[in-house]
Design a protein around this ligand. Structure first.
Ligand code: ADP
Length: 305
């Protein structure tokens, strides 16, 4: 047996496939466009072909690989190995991913929600290596989170623990269309920021452009971004009060904004977390950006959790 695991990161736009060694290094990878017109079994057939090809070019037989880890979007059910109803993968609803991959490849398959897998990766080789109690948050197209407490990954009864993007922060909001929906990812994800900035300026604005305009002092966009920082802080405070982590690790595209976001969230947490130690929770950027999904998926094979 080699020290190489297969990581498969299933997403709405692409499926990344990689070989990852025991130090969390991606040694080979490829990616397929997620074709929603294809049946999931055909799509997974292509994924299996890619795994065979990557193994062969690494000079390994399939049997020499340590196993397959899959990170997939929720809602899913890790007990049954099925994707339940992920909004961006409608044709995959109720599809038995784990069983099908096990039929296609002679390897053990483990699957977790993608944010949960990324959490394990941050513990393994990322920004939370020394932490026994932390929460990972990804602020990207949506918002997801993973929970690691008492030295263990917390996955819940069906693998859906950490769907923090659906914590209700503002149920009666009526300030804008987005805020009226009230849940965290409708208020503070990259998608929500772009949509609110576009509504404000009457043209298409990306979330990156919204942050740039705020940094240049645009008054309208600045107040939107300040509100977004407050919402990110509110979500963090709720997680801190609920779970008592020593650290929060924030990743995902929106976290690329960097210091302005992190200092605003630290300030909010210092002012609003309930208990004094909670107010001092470390708020740090994720270490794994590129290939985080692949490393997370492979962590499911390399790490005990
Ligand atoms: P995914 O959701 O597919 O995992 P990402 O983590 O890259 O993808 O997140 C994509 C979101 O992050 C988009 O809404 C995008 O506009 C936003 N984003 C990406 N880079 C930046 C940046 N530098 N500043 C602000 N927002 C960004």
């Amino acid at each position: 047996m080699s020290n190489i695991a297969v990581g498969i990161d299933i997403g709405g736009t692409k499926i990344a496939i990689g070989l990852v060694n025991e130090r969390g290094e991606v040694t080979a990878k490829s990616s397929l466009k997620t074709d929603l017109a294809l049946q999931p079994s055909d799509m997974l057939g292509q994924v299996a072909d890619e795994v065979r090809r990557l193994a062969e070019s690494a000079g390994l037989t399939l049997q020499e690989l340590k196993g397959i880890g899959v990170g997939a979007p929720g809602p899913l059910n890790t007990r049954t190995g099925r994707l339940t109803c992920p909004p961006n993968l409608k044709s995959w609803w109720d599809y038995p991913v784990v069983e099908r991959l096990g039929d296609l490849l002679p390897l053990q398959v483990r699957m977790e929600n993608d944010a949960t897998a990324a959490t394990l990766a941050e513990k393994w080789v990322g920004a939370a290596q020394e932490a026994e109690n932390f929460v990972f948050i990804t602020i990207s197209t949506g918002i997801g989170a993973g929970i690691y407490l008492h030295g263990k990954l917390i996955t819940g009864s069906t693998g859906n623990a950490g769907d923090a993007g659906f914590m209700f922060l503002h149920p009666q909001g009526n300030i804008s269309k987005e805020e009226a929906s009230g849940y965290w990812e409708r208020l503070a994800s990259g998608t929500a920021i772009a949509s609110q900035a576009s509504e404000l300026l009457g043209r298409d604005v990306s979330s990156k452009e919204a942050f740039d305009l705020a940094a240049q002092g645009d008054p309208l966009v600045s107040s939107l971004i300040d509100r977004v920082y407050t919402y990110i802080g509110m979500g963090c405070v709720s997680l801190i009060n609920l779970l008592d982590p020593s650290k929060i690790v924030i990743g995902g595209g929106v976290s690329q904004v960097g210091e302005p976001l992190f200092s605003a969230v630290r300030e909010y947490v210092a002012a609003h977390a309930l208990n004094p130690s909670g107010r001092e929770t470390l708020i740090v950027p994720a270490k794994l950006q590129q290939d985080a999904g692949l490393i997370g998926a492979a962590a499911l094979v390399h790490c005990t959790y």
